[in-house]
Design a protein around this ligand. Structure first.
Ligand code: NAD
Length: 455
């Protein structure tokens, strides 16, 4: 492992990754390999937890290909030194921001979007001119293997490499000195990464989880709201970092919303959901059991069916869970949707303030003032009004958390920027040298007090 990192450090020093044409060639090769193996990638993800093929294509392979297309197209412009206006103090000068790669990057990925969350950060790292080592999740071994195969086929390992393995391998990687770390996963493990990065003062992006509320007020279009909530929640069997974790619904529309939620679930997945090809499984028995524990003592008003042989848990609605129950302790990350009613806005406040800053907040409402108030009053990663999850699909929007849900953001230009150091350079000329700044200082105080206008 040490050797691999050393090789990457040496390769970075060779300056080859500084050439934009080199980076673009690398990204194009990656795009070609992913395009050619798209079916095999989706099959691997299916083998891991029966993620429906449509979901794998839309949210993993096509998502990553869109990112590749966009970044390849824009890279020439983004990577050019950026000129800024000079200040009078330095007149005459030309002033620049150079985009400099950090060096060797470590990317550690989770299992829920096992392909996308390993490759999307890599695209940014390559675009910015870094070398990279990816550690995919051990919990999705088929996807981990195909990521290894793809990267090995496209890149020399001194440029981009994959190290497969679990927590021990991850710890070993983390103990090395990196130039940048990009971690996606739980808040618990995110803290371990932050602490380790601090030892070497390594800059780090943390893409973490959270307990995402979805607020439905009394003006919401309940039928359409239900459809969009159900889609975003039960996609990937609820194992999406930005899925709705719990619904806060105004008491006057609660019954209507619940009826619509039930109808939408049946419309999407049929009466026998276990047979539906469009519904994924929970990732393994350990996660399945955690979810079962969350249901103990709860009032299940829809679903709750399971099959432990297949880690199957049906879309499940829970009525008014207690705040101190297991279900409401932390992130659910599965197909269980608690529904909590509220009467006043201060009830909403109580819930939203209880869990730290979430990765996403959703609001279903026709009340403009209310929608803007939620956006303005609370801090959270991002979100949507009258929809869920779709904020991740616009490559022009940064994606990331805040506070407990993460540090930093990526996607599109933001990805290029986070993997680049912004190097400030002022270029001077020799034909003019105003001597006023040199000792012995002789400017009268009255004039010195005006220097602020020259910066
Ligand atoms: P996790 O934190 O358990 O694992 C993530 C990665 O860290 C894995 O590769 C794992 O091998 C490694 N790891 C685990 N324990 C470690 C340790 N003690 N030391 C070093 N490395 C360790 O997360 P997970 O279960 O794979 O993923 C689910 C979590 O990820 C959820 O909380 C979810 O919200 C979050 N998530 C966030 C985003 C986002 O973009 N913000 C996206 C997907 C998932």
């Amino acid at each position: 492992m040490m050797k691999l990192l050393q090789k990457q450090q040496e390769f970075f020093k060779s300056q080859q990754t500084k050439e934009v044409s080199f980076r673009k060639k690398a990204l194009k090769k990656l795009r070609e390999e992913i395009t050619n193996r798209e079916d095999a990638i989706c099959d691997a993800i299916y083998a891991d937890f029966k993620k429906p093929k449509f979901e794998s294509m839309a949210a993993e392979t096509q998502f990553v290909l869109a990112e590749l297309n966009y970044i390849i197209k824009k890279l020439n412009i983004w990577s050019k030194p950026e000129k800024v206006s000079g200040s009078l103090l330095n007149f005459p000068s030309s002033d620049w921001i150079y985009k400099e790669p950090y060096g060797t990057v470590l990317i550690v990925a989770p299992w829920n979007y096992p392909f996308q969350l390993a490759i999307a950060p890599l695209i940014g790292a390559i675009a910015a001119g870094n070398t990279a080592i990816i550690k995919p999740s051990e919990i999705t071994p088929n996807t981990s293997k195909i990521i290894f195969e793809i990267i090995t086929a496209v890149f020399k390992k001194e440029y981009v490499a994959v190290v497969e393995g679990g927590v021990e391998v991850s710890k070993e990687l983390l103990a090395q000195k990196w130039d940048y770390i990009f971690f996606t996963g739980s808040t618990r493990v995110g803290k371990i990464f932050y602490e380790s990065a601090a030892k070497h003062l390594t800059p780090i992006t943390l893409e973490l989880g959270g307990k995402n509320p979805c607020i439905v007020d009394e003006t919401a279009a309940t039928k359409l709201s239900a459809k969009r909530i159900v889609w975003g929640k039960f996609l990937n069997a609820g194992q999406t970092c930005i899925a709705t974790d719990y619904i806060l619904v105004h008491k006057d529309v609660k019954e209507r919303l619940i009826n619509s939620l039930k109808k939408s679930i049946e419309e999407f997945y049929g009466k026998n959901i276990e047979e539906s090809k469009d519904y994924a499984r929970t990732v393994n028995s350990s996660h399945f059991n955690t979810l079962q524990q969350m249901l103990v003592g709860q009032e299940i008003i829809f679903g709750g069916y399971s099959n432990e042989n297949d880690n199957y848990l049906s879309p499940t609605l829970v009525n008014e869970p207690k705040l101190d129950s297991k279900l409401m302790e932390g992130e659910i990350f599965g197909p269980i949707l608690p529904i909590i009613s509220y009467s006043t806005e201060s009830d909403i406040d109580k819930y939203l303030m209880n869990y730290g800053k979430p990765l996403a907040v959703y609001v279903f409402s026709k009340n403009k003032k209310f929608k803007e108030k939620i956006i303005d009053s609370y801090s959270f990663g991002g979100g949507a009004i009258n929809d869920t999850v779709i904020q991740i699909t616009n490559k022009r929007l940064p994606f990331g958390g805040v506070g407990k849900s993460g540090i930093g953001a990526y996607h599109g230009k933001t990805s290029f920027n986070i993997f680049s150091h912004q190097k400030a350079i002022i270029k001077r000329v020799n034909w003019l040298d105003i001597p006023l700044r040199y000792p012995p200082y002789s400017l009268p105080k009255k004039i010195v007090k005006k220097i602020k206008h020259l910066f």
